[in-house]
Design a protein around this ligand. Sequence first.
Ligand code: UDP
Length: 488
Amino acid sequence: RAAPPRPHVVLVASPGAGHLNPMSELARRLVAHFGLAATLVTFPDPSAAGPQSAVLSSLRDAGVATAVLPAVPLDDLPPDTRVEAVFFEMIARSVPLLRAMLLRDAAASGAPPLVALVPDFFCSAALPIAAELGVPGYLFVPASLAAIHVMRRAVEINDGAAAGEYREIPAPLRLPSGVSLRREDLPDGVRSREDPMYGRFVEEGRRYRAAAGFLVNTFYEIDPATVEEFKRAAEQGAFPPAYPVGPFVRSSFDEDSASSPCIEWLDRQPTGSVVYVSFGSAGALSVEQTAELAAGIEDSGHRFLWVVRAPSLDGTSFAMGSSDNGKNKDDPLAWLPDGFVERTSGRGLTVAAWAPQVRVLAHPATAAFVSHCGWNSTLESVAAGVPMVAWPLYAEQRMNATFLSEGAGVALRLRAGRDDGVVVGREEIAAAVRELMEGEKGRAVRRRTGDLQQAADMAWAPEGSSRRVLEEVAGRWKAAALGVGKEK
Ligand code: UDP
């Protein structure tokens, strides 16, 4: 007799490498370690078609089924609609398609029993489908748990408030870790109730209450106080429980095993000598700031590997390829100051747009990371034991930078991103890089990063904290499937 089909989990990843990458790692591990079948559903992402299809195809190789929802028309939105608003609108319009797909699959004969639906934190609009299908809905969080803490604050202070009466998150906001966030350091969208996105975030957060729990891409030791605080809140029924199940750092993607000029170059550099500079999948600097950064890196005297993205011409720091403000399609390297590449050719490599970051960070030559503090980049850096210079740009990166420099102690923070519109001078950049590589304060940061690297390693070792937590959750899903079977 054929073995009964494995209990099935459907995961839904919102667009963007920072959401898809960690969620695919979650899907892969559910299949590899916990006896589940998994399908990862995502959205069309024309701006990142190449990287997206590489991730999806490597998932299929790992036994995870994949599906991409059909594109939904958005051409009725006013042309000046903000990228974030387009993003949430696209998800909202796709939910009925997701629902139809899941209902159809559930009705198919011989379909494996669905035991959980796991949308990510920007797809909470999909949670009602879980209820309809009679399975628990868990939200995957590709950000820090502190980010969910801030969302929870936004929900709690707006209990009962209607649109138009929304209240502001009080600032400074003290996080459970003891770090205090200035208003400027709150995530985009919830910094001010005047922000047109504020209501969307409050609504998103309100839907969180319907979740059976959060599966968070973090690990206990990086922020124990927030994990404990969520435990207390869940015991009181104030908010769903949060399960730290990361860090999900991808290891062996197909794209990564190909030969890469970055890795070949790193192979020729001394151990612990290179500063890696990158602002994630969508970070953009102004033309002036790009020039100052080049000068600062040059003045630091250190070796470097810099992933250069085309500067933004309209002052925004967020430039997704598909969005209106990602319209600068010029060769990014053409924006570097005259003679920069020639002068630094003996000790620096500049690459356009994209590097195999996980491999770069894990390379023995890499010693420091000038980073926009996206949460994935942060975890990848910590998992590789690489300390950071924090240079936040958008989303919740300022909050991450504050936490990483003042709480976790794994980064030195620049004035950059502290205040909008400030161009960080070359002296400050050079000084921060030198401090992190050679200085006393830098030494403390380097030591702390080493400690957290060990903890990150342990979290997914056999019997590690994150692994046990996920095993427990998966065990509950499977037990529920068996229970249903018996009733029939
Ligand atoms: N990434 C990469 N190469 C690049 C830039 C980004 O591989 O040149 C990957 C990076 O390793 C991370 C993700 O893209 O997994 C970016 O996620 P993060 O949360 O750091 O930032 P976001 O791009 O979402 O702002």
